[in-house]
Design a protein around this ligand. Structure first.
Ligand code: ATP
Ligand code: RIB
Length: 311
């Protein structure tokens, strides 16, 4: 039977511009790299990743009463995502992210949360009536909503997974106690622990700190092209990233953690799940955009096969 995943997180429209170089303060540059509006938002990217992997995906988020919301909901439904718990805010618009992608694929993102900023404990409680097998949360929604999701999951003994993006200093990490997998990227790791994960020693120090406060079963630090660092409370492992041509790294973290959580929920094997997520992350960075770059299970299997054959 398919596992049912409840994603409690954000939905945005991404306004994406491709640039050769970032303007400096006060400077205007003409850039002909093009622009596009792409469905995004950390939660939506992860929900789409779960759905494309074959999970029974339920998405709890908040959007505005506008055309962007209609487009987003239409996409989620078309991908088989259960949209019953997508709430509407009467006044705030659907979230918007301005994303600038440089030639090497690196991005800079500014998020206007809009309706995401009004997702509340009641909305989250309602969504738990879907009887999930696993709960996936990110920090692009109010702290209260994140904390409520963790609390309901704990009370009902449902495994929950936290992608720590975007992290903010002062987030009460202890409220995540009992989290199955806690996964920050490099920046988020530094914000949450004060430790830059730029060496194995520092990754370990940061992971121990995170695991101690949250009682996480596993801490998986996403290290971009360096791969990922896995800590299980006793031992650590490093899984290197695949060598691919990078088009745009947007959503790599969302896709990686969703794939990691789903694979782990199926078999409970953290290293196998991280290897699977590493394949998903590599495909994602090789394509432009957020929702547009998320691979299906079939694509991940084909990529894994091509790597094996090339060896
Ligand atoms: P985002 O760009 O969405 O903010 P993130 O910073 O949250 O991503 P990353 O650590 O950049 O997360 O990426 C997640 C995973 O994706 C990495 O652990 C790695 O496995 C894979 N990945 C990221 N960048 C690359 C890359 N340049 N080449 C190959 N794989 C990559
Ligand atoms: O992680 C990538 C996402 O971050 C983008 O899709 C953007 O909407 C922001 O939420």
């Amino acid at each position: 039977m398919k596992k049912r995943i409840l994603v409690v997180s954000s939905a945005n429209i991404d306004f994406v511009q491709n640039v050769k170089r970032m303007p400096s303060g006060g400077e205007t540059v003409i850039e002909k790299g093009g622009y596009s509006y792409v469905p995004g938002g950390k939660g939506a990217n992860s929900a789409l990743a779960f759905a494309r992997l074959g999970a029974d995906t339920v998405f709890c988020t908040k959007v505005g009463r506008d055309d962007n919301a209609k487009k987003l909901k239409g996409l989620y439904s078309a991908e088989g995502i259960d949209t019953r718990f997508i709430c509407e805010d009467r006044e705030a618009p659907t979230g918007l992210a301005s994303i600038i992608v440089e030639e090497d694929g690196q991005n800079r993102i500014i998020v206007y949360p809009g309706a995401n900023g009004f997702l509340n404990e009641n909305d989250v409680e309602e969504a738990f009536t879907c009887y999930p097998d696993g709960v996936f949360v990110q920090l692009e929604i109010p702290d209260n909503a994140v904390i409520a999701a963790a609390r309901f999951a704990r009370e009902k003994s449902i495994p929950f997974f936290v992608d720590a993006g975007p992290a903010r200093q002062g987030f009460p990490l202890e409220e995540l106690r009992g989290v199955e997998i806690l996964s920050p990227n490099e920046t988020e790791c530094e914000i949450l622990t004060g430790i830059k994960p730029d060496s194995v020693q520092n990754c370990l120090k940061a992971a121990i700190r995170l695991a101690t406060v949250t009682e996480a079963k596993y801490v998986v630090i996403k290290l971009g092209r360096r791969g990922s660092f896995i800590y299980d409370g006793k031992y650590y492992n490093i899984i290197p990233a695949h060598k691919v041509t990078v088009a745009d790294t947007t959503a790599a973290g969302d896709v990686f953690t969703a794939a990691l959580s789903y694979a782990y929920l199926q078999k409970g094997e953290i290293l196998e799940a991280t290897r699977f997520a590493t394949l998903a992350g590599a495909i994602c960075v090789s394509r432009p955009g957020a929702s547009t770059s998320i691979p299906t299970l079939k694509e991940i299997k084909a990529f894994a096969k091509s790597i094996k054959e090339a060896k």
